[in-house]
Design a protein around this ligand. Structure first.
Ligand SMILES: Cc1cc2nc3c(=O)[nH]c(=O)nc-3n(C[C@H](O)[C@H](O)[C@H](O)COP(=O)(O)OP(=O)(O)OC[C@H]3O[C@@H](n4cnc5c(N)ncnc54)[C@H](O)[C@@H]3O)c2cc1C
Length: 481
């Protein structure tokens, strides 16, 4: 078969862009070889792939600014990238775009224990932020399960959460300021080392904006003293709905655990086969973690035991040692890897009011039967952040299509239950075409008007978040300007 020969003009343009980037970021910081670009053709939503035109890895805010100014002048789209763990295709390139990765920007710039802040370059991984202050008895609270790999850049862009966000909030509740570079190279500082910067809350706008508004290069984060102690309990139930009702009752009673995690039978079985954590034979289990002094922990666990007792649990297992606590968390923490061993999956991310958990779990089971595809549930139940995993065969395009339609129906169910399309993974390309399920045309118009202000040329992170038909006129207008 004859390979298509790229147009001479396309080759020349790529060469000119790469040469321009190399003038700003020397050495191995610019990647253009096709085999090396393969590493950047997708993020963790690996069903979608497209190699970019080139990749640039600057080391400083000044380099980021110069790169963006150059690419803006050339009219080249830019995809900001942290560690590429997005489950929504947020860091997926287009063929004509340059990926701007911040993975070389990992320095700790400032630690102020008295004011409880840390300022880091945005390529630093989530876990290593806590690592930098651990010896002083502090930690950074948002804890995505991907925290070993994901970068603060991606956490800010996706407003990421994690198991312990029930008590401490998600990224936006722990982010005090950013340095961000606009598409034309302008460097702006939003917020700072304090809780409220005054003026318009542009930091709030940027957190969760999915790389649509600028490239974040530094972040000032709130750090907290480590709690005196923490203890998880494991509670097993005979059905998903009863486990869901128990979560709802714990929240209603005003108990505030740091985490309430939910796993259903398909997930429990996969985790047991993989991690052998000793989970009981049951339809659903909850892991509820509380923290504080020994007395506070005992008190809270007493209340949770009482509430769970009303739902006839099959087992209430309290950890009595660090080893037992680690075993309770072991299965949950290996859930995604364990599921990946048995099937391809799409990980959804809808959020619902906690009181709707029993009804939505029953609805997901009905939809799973309707489409003939297995769904495993593992999620942050305490704040209603669902992660149904749809199992399918990636080698069968018809199966992928069915899985995507099932996913759309499940997320629509979440919105109908009073929830929203995403809790922490963002919209990306995955949920772009579902935005109309949650937002009225005027709502989307208001959001796009914000992008107009920050990125009038619409070059940043193209083809994400806004449905293509809804944003078409704006993108054409930007091209014509
Ligand atoms: C196994 C697994 C478990 C996960 N668990 C969780 C979880 O518990 N909670 C959770 O919230 N998420 C979770 N995620 C999703 C993912 O890890 C988060 O969305 C994370 O914040 C992405 O960070 P990243 O550095 O990998 O970003 P990337 O994937 O590189 O990018 C994500 C988005 O951020 C934008 N972006 C990247 N860098 C910048 C920048 N410098 N400036 C502006 N925008 C930028 C990108 O354009 C893209 O839109 C999980 C993912 C995996 C694979």
């Amino acid at each position: 078969m004859k390979m298509p020969v790229p147009d001479r003009g396309v080759i020349d343009r790529k060469a000119a862009i790469v040469a321009g980037l190399r003038r700003i970021v020397p050495g191995a910081g610019v990647i253009d070889a096709p085999e090396e670009l393969r590493a950047y053709e997708c993020d963790a939503l690996a069903a979608y792939r497209c190699p970019p035109l080139a990749v640039v890895l600057p080391s400083t805010t000044e380099e980021v600014s110069a790169v963006l100014r150059f690419l803006h002048g050339q009219g080249v789209p830019v995809v900001p990238r942290g560690s590429g763990t997005s489950l929504a295709g947020g860091a997926l390139p287009t063929a004509d775009s340059v990926i701007l990765g911040v993975s070389r920007m990992t320095r700790v710039l400032e630690v102020d224990l008295a004011d409880r802040i840390i300022r880091v370059e945005s390529g630093r991984t989530n876990l290593s932020v806590s690592g930098a202050v651990e010896a002083d008895g502090f930690f950074y609270a948002p804890d995505p399960s991907s925290q070993l790999a994901c970068a603060i850049a991606g956490n800010v862009a996706m407003n990421s959460g994690g198991a312990h966000c029930l008590k401490y909030g998600v990224t936006t509740n722990n982010l005090l300021g950013v340095t961000m570079v606009l598409m034309d190279g302008t460097v702006v500082t939003l917020g700072g080392g304090h809780m409220d910067a005054g003026g318009l809350d542009l930091l709030g706008v940027v957190c969760g904006s999915e790389g649509q508004l600028g490239v974040v290069t530094e972040a000032t984060l709130r750090i907290l003293p480590k709690p005196e102690g923490a203890r998880p309990v494991l509670i097993a139930f005979g059905s998903n709905e009863v486990a869901g009702a128990c979560v709802s009752d714990i929240i209603r009673a005003g108990v505030l655990p740091v985490a309430i995690e939910f796993m259903d039978r398909p997930c429990i079985e996969a985790c047991e086969a993989f991690a052998k954590a000793g989970y009981p034979d049951c339809e659903a289990l909850l892991i509820v973690e509380v923290e504080g002094s020994e007395a506070e922990i005992d008190h809270q666990i007493g209340l949770i035991r009482q509430i769970a007792g009303r739902h006839a649990p099959l087992e209430f297992r309290e950890s009595r040692s660090a080893d037992e606590a680690a075993r309770i968390w072991l299965g949950r923490k290996s859930a995604f890897g364990a599921m990946g061993r048995i099937a391809d999956y799409i990980c959804l991310d809808g959020t619902i009011p906690v009181s709707e958990l029993p009804r939505v779990l029953a609805g997901i089971a009905d939809l799973s039967a309707k489409y003939g595809l297995k769904v495993a549930n593992v999620f942050h139940a305490g704040d209603g952040n669902m992660h149904p995993l749809i199992l399918f065969d990636a080698n069968d395009p018809a199966d992928l299509d069915r899985a995507e339609r099932l996913g759309a129906d499940i997320l629509t169910l979440c919105v109908q239950a009073g929830g929203c399309l995403t809790g922490e993974h963002g919209v990306g390309v995955e949920k772009r075409d579902l935005m109309g399920v949650q937002f009225a045309p005027a709502d989307m118009e208001a959001q796009m008007a914000v992008k107009d202000v920050f990125d009038p040329s619409w070059l940043l992170n193209p083809a994400k978040v806004f449905p293509l038909d809804v944003s078409a006129a704006r993108r054409r207008g930007a091209d014509a300007a």
